[in-house]
Design a protein around this ligand. Structure first.
Ligand code: ASC
Length: 155
């Protein structure tokens, strides 16, 4: 193999560092990839949020450890979808996002932040092992999901 020059090595190391340091938001090749990513994150969140919902509604037994694990998943994922609503990701594949996600970006961000904050409280409540606290936090979180759906997502 041909020996690589020092400048080539430096360039390679710099590129590798840039990749590691890049924010998650910058890593989509095309709009459809961003849409897939955010929809996938929402799908997994909804699955785990729904499992907590079944407990809250009494349709499934309360197991503190399982509920805490579900809340931890939701909490880990909560902020991820919002890295994937960048400019130009309003099309490229079917999306339920309304145009005001982009025309009212500040409002959308505020709604997202509310959800993320509510999810953090749900996570804390789930870790406490107190079902009443989980129920209350679940209800508050659900309101923030609905608020964003009402305003920024087409039915
Ligand atoms: C869910 C889920 C949502 C929210 C929302 C709450 O379980 O998938 O998107 O709750 O329906 O109003």
């Amino acid at each position: 193999m041909k020996k690589k020059s020092v400048s080539f090595r430096v360039a390679l190391a710099t590129a590798a560092l840039l990749v590691i340091a890049a924010p998650v938001s910058a890593q989509f090749k095309k709009p459809a990839d961003a849409i897939d990513y955010r929809q996938s994150a929402f799908t997994v969140m909804a699955a785990h949020f729904g499992r907590i919902g079944a407990v809250v509604k009494g349709a499934a037994p309360y197991d503190a450890k399982t509920t805490a694990a579900n809340a931890a998943v939701v909490s880990t994922l909560a902020s991820l979808p919002f890295t994937a609503f960048g400019p130009g990701t309003d099309k490229g594949k079917k999306t339920g996002a309304k145009p005001n996600v982009w025309t009212d970006a500040a409002g959308f961000k505020a709604a997202a932040d509310k959800m993320v904050a509510a999810v953090a409280k749900l996570d804390t409540a789930a870790k406490s092992g107190n079902l009443d606290a989980v129920k209350a936090a679940f209800g508050e979180t659900g309101k923030t999901c609905k608020g964003c759906h009402d305003d920024y997502r087409s039915k």
